[in-house]
Design a protein. Structure first.
Lengths: 140, 336
């Protein structure tokens, strides 16, 4: 890549920093320059986020319809999968899978719920009394 | 308390931490590309069956920690590296280092890193930064991918140092301990060792998911993605490939430009004209990676969605694999 070809596209990086790029100057020597971002990777990041939001919305529906426990929603909201939740809570993956069932979730002790609440940065009350409104607020 | 520490922005976090810590010790010859090359950071792996955030597990860089370890050992610098099971001890150790005047490298998870914008906060645990001071309950941080230094609260620092999941940092802390003056000869030897290691790894390992063979493996997979995953998921997988190679912290084109810069900067130390030629080749390879990212973006933006387009993407990677194989073979065969 030539120094003159370093992309300077608007991207989510703008809120954050500029990044260092290595590129070749006119004499063929390597040099560094700052870049605002590149559309191609801003798009890659964009669709990854769209997917995460679609999964969260899907999880919200499932919880509303009683097909899954609120844990599923908060998992998707935090972009976590089973191994990550397992690592944070210390539960086995199959235990968490059980907790995703509304019937099992209903009878969970506060001690267990507390573990989930800490990981998801919510209170037990928010976790237990899941309502679409709260879910909406959490999303924003 | 604030240590006298010079923050230099870098393309990649671990290179940056390594470079900044070594320069702090007085090894002024070191630059980011040199640290990357001596540490043999260039890499490729595609682990089948394993998924990372629901996409393929692909990496363009070595295991976290390797670049620092290899660079220091090649330069004859003794290092200290510690992980902790207790959060309190981890903080005490860090405070102790700062009190002794030693800036410390930390491995952290990105998800709770408060100064990153939300868009970049994924569950990725192999980020590196330097803590160089503490004021009240706030740590002063030099994060190499950022233009300037920043700060983080003690609570948040503990959270990111004890992030969980794949590659969990466990409070890992590291820094160079002792240094002798580093001679040009030593750097020359380090460069040769780094090039040998990387070129051996990329071409000679008999595992079909590592190095150049790994790129070929990915190419083959891409051609099946449309059928097995559908256009949308296939696109998401490609987006993940692009992010691994291009996102902030990689220096672009999966580190290939940084490596090309390394070969050029190595020339004054080693005085082999082949290196300049190879540097040009790696620049060309980096450009090919970027072209493949443009093709991939066409797919995940939904502009081009036919099987033919996935095939073209796969063939682009096959072409890159051929070029890289030739380039690394040539490096491997240089008579030093």
């Amino acid at each position: 890549m030539k120094q003159s070809e370093i992309p300077q596209d608007p991207s989510p990086l703008d809120k954050f920093t500029k990044e260092v790029c290595y590129a070749v100057d006119e004499k063929g020597d390597y040099t560094t320059a700052l870049s605002r971002g590149w559309q191609v990777k801003a798009d890659a990041l964009g669709i990854t986020w769209e997917e995460a939001q679609a999964r969260t919305a899907n999880a919200r529906e499932k919880v509303k319809n009683g097909e899954a426990s609120p844990i599923l929603f908060f998992m998707e909201l935090n972009m976590m999968d089973l191994p990550i939740v397992a690592a944070y809570t210390g539960f086995w993956q199959w235990t968490i899978k059980r907790h995703l069932k509304p019937n099992v979730f209903k009878n969970l002790s506060d001690k267990k719920l507390q573990k989930y609440a800490e990981v998801f940065d919510v209170t037990i009350i928010e976790l237990k009394n899941f309502s679409p409104q709260i879910a909406q607020i959490n999303k924003d | 308390m604030q240590l006298d520490f010079q923050h230099i922005q870098a393309a990649h976090c671990e290179n940056g931490v390594t470079t900044n810590l070594l320069r702090h010790m007085g090894i002024h010859q070191i630059t980011e590309p040199l640290a990357f090359g001596i540490g043999a950071g260039i890499f490729y792996i595609h682990i089948p069956f394993l998924k990372i955030s629901g996409g393929p597990a692909i990496s363009f860089r070595t295991m976290p920690g390797q670049i620092f370890t290899r660079t220091c050992s090649a330069l004859g610098v003794k290092i200290e590296r510690k992980t902790f099971s207790s959060k309190e001890k981890a903080q005490l150790f860090l405070d102790d280092c700062l009190a002794k005047g030693q800036p410390a490298g930390c491995q952290v998870g990105v998800y709770h890193l408060t100064y990153f914008p939300k868009e970049f906060r994924f569950h990725f645990n192999a980020h590196n930064l330097v803590v160089y001071g503490k004021e009240n309950d706030t740590y002063l941080v030099s994060d190499p991918v950022m233009e300037t230094v920043t700060t983080i609260s003690a609570y948040d620092l503990e959270r990111v140092r004890f992030a969980k999941g794949a590659l969990a940092p466990n409070g890992q802390i590291y820094f160079p301990k002792t240094s002798e003056p580093v001679s040009e000869e030593r750097i020359k030897k380090g460069i040769i060792k780094g090039i040998k290691h990387a070129s051996w790894f990329m071409t000679e390992t008999p595992v079909p998911i590592l190095g150049v063979a790994g790129i070929r493996f990915t190419a083959g997979r891409i051609k099946t993605w449309r059928e097995s995953l559908g256009v949308r998921r296939g696109g998401l997988y490609l987006a993940q490939l692009v992010r691994m190679g291009e996102e902030i912290g990689t220096g672009g084109a999966g580190f290939r430009f940084v490596y090309a810069a390394f070969l050029q900067q190595a020339h004054p130390f080693v005085k082999k004209d082949e290196l300049l030629e190879m540097s040009k080749q790696f620049t060309a390879i980096g450009d090919l990676w970027r072209a493949s990212s443009v093709q991939a973006s066409g797919i995940y933006k939904g502009r081009i969605t036919e099987q033919q387009d996935f095939n073209v993407m796969g063939d682009m990677l096959l072409n890159i694999a051929e070029k890289e194989k030739a380039a690394f073979k040539a490096l491997y065969k240089i008579k030093w």
